[in-house]
Each structure stands twice: as structure tokens, then as C-alpha cells.
Design a binder for this molecule. Sequence first.
Ligand SMILES: *Cc1c(COP(=O)(O)O)cnc(C)c1O
Length: 354
Amino acid sequence: MSQFWSDIVHELTPYVPGEQPKVKNLIKLNTNENPYGPSPQVLAAITAQATDELRLYPDPNSERLRHAIAEFHGLTANQVFVGNGSDEVLAHVFLALLKHSRPLLFPDITYSFYPVYCGLYGIEYDALPLDRHFEINIHDYDRPNGGIIFPNPNAPTGIPIELTRIEALLQKNRHSVVVIDEAYVDFGTESAVRLINDYPNLLVTQTFSKARSLAGLRVGYALGQQDLIEALVRVKDSFNSYPIDKLAEAGAVAAMQDVDYFEKIREKVIATRESLVRQMEAMGFVVLPSGGNFIFAKHAKIDGGTLAERLREQYIIVRHFKKPERITPFVRITIGTEAQTAQLLSALATMMPF
Ligand SMILES: *Cc1c(COP(=O)(O)O)cnc(C)c1O
């Protein structure tokens, strides 16, 4: 508390990111990073960009990157907005498209940055409870609103929602923007990108942090019709003209173009997930159906917080959420390499029976 702080700062409740431990040799399964490194072509492109030219500002419009993303998705560059991680893109989305007199709607159990942006920008919201299977019931969203946002698959549950349901939401909410946060979509969830040309009220966000192994580079993007993108550009150009630096642009373009590597890595992660789920279920865990690079699992005999602590004693870190109470039995486990997954399973086996 400081006399120098603005009223807004006194009121903020900031987001708390998962731990980035300083000690080595931990198996880090707590923040949904990719266990495999970025494509060698990405590293070469970043190295090639590390020259005298860094004295110059980057392209404020990130033309090359927006074209590369557009090409991958079969869209045009004016349907692409890029930012410093999809968190920054989302922040601009909240201010540009979701701040209205009617409340924004999102699930009660979801990405916990959403209520933080609402606090920052003074946006009213209603958090609608997931059903008893931890799924989004789109009929709950059938009410006046200033916008709707949720991740697909949802976080931290990992549960995907079918595209037909998203399309029904888009049809019922023609006067508000529906934002689908597709941070984890590449791990086996169907993307809403192909609906973009049919629905002027659809905005999709994606990131290079998860399936493209570039959480450290900070690049994310939004896809939508030009009118929505223009709103985001107006906010960005009132905030920071250069969110994508030269190294990030070079690396991200290469990542978009190396489709073979992207396919190989995501298929590996999906295969490891399926085998981990089978083996944990055999140990008596309940695992929610996952369309992401993580699972949300619980065991009737042990509380989630205790399980996370006991795994940590074996140098494996997973994420436990202390609230809301409905999810405290669960832990969220990022899918690691096959070797890390084998170590996780043998650590669990040593604890059995709970
Ligand atoms: C990881 C994540 C993001 C943010 O990703 P960036 O690293 O900022 O691009 C956004 N939404 C969800 C649901 C996420 O899990």
C-alpha cells in the first residue's frame, strides 16, 4: 500500500502465473509448456536475425508474420492481429471488444486471467457454473450479454466443446462478440477458425507458446473479420506500437512455416497423453477427457494439494488450484516427454495405495 498508487492499483488482484523454479532437475509439469524444443528452423531464423539491424525498430505492423499466419489458416493478413503473447492479445480484446454495459459471460472454472482483465478495465462479468461433468452448457449463455469468452479446450479442465455448439452460440449472439481462446486447440480439439468468414461476431485467439514450443518468445494472435481486427489495432496503437520484436517475428514466421515439425510434435504429445491417461485410470484416477497438452485428474483416496506436495518431494511439479472448492481434489498435469511421463508414473506407483 502506497500513497503514490492510483486508485486502480489499490483495487487490482493480479494474475499469479505457475511457478518457474530456479533449481534444475525438476520435472516441470506445471505450466503447460511444450516438453520438446522449437523447430531447428526457428532457432536458425532467430540467430540469423541477431545482427546490427537490432538497432532499428521492428515492423510495427508485423506484415511478414501476419502473412505467414494468414497463409497457414487460409485467411487474409487483414484478418490477423498479433501481440506479445496471447495474454497481451486477450488484454486488448477485453478493452476493444468486451467492455460494454451488459456483463461479459465466461465459465466459473476457466482461465483465471479473464476476471483479472475485467478488474483492470472495469468490465462487469457473470461467471456461469460449469455443469456437474465440468462441461460448458451453452444454454446457460442464453441471456443478455456484452460478450462471451472461454477457452476451447477449457482450462484447467481440458474438456473440449463441439464446434456445432459454438456455432449455435454465434447464431444466438449476433450482437455480441464470442471469443474462443484456442491456446491448446492443436492437441486434438476442433478449431473454430473455419467459421470466421461466416460470423462477423467470432474472434479466435491462438498462441505460439504451447503447440509451437515458443512460450519464451512471447507471440500470440487473434483471427477474425477485419472490423474486429481493426478495433484491436486501434487499442494496440494506443498502447505499444512494437509488441513483436525482430527476433520474435523471425522465429514465429519460421515456426508457422515448419508445418512438418509442428505436426510431429503435437502428435507425439497427443500419443503420450493417451497412454498416460490409460495408465492413470488403471491406478484408479478419474481423468477428465482432455483435448489439450495437459490432464486434470483426481483420485478418491487423496486430496489434490497433498498429491501435488508428495510429487514435489519426488521432484515432479504439477499444478493444484486452491479454489473454487469443486476443483480442489484435482491436479493439472502437463504432458511431458515419454521419459518424464514414465518417471511420473513410477513416482505415483511408489505412493500406491494412497
Ligand atoms: C497459456 C494460455 C494463454 C496465454 O498464452 P501466451 O503465452 O500469453 O500466448 C491464453 N489462454 C489460455 C487458456 C492459456 O492456457
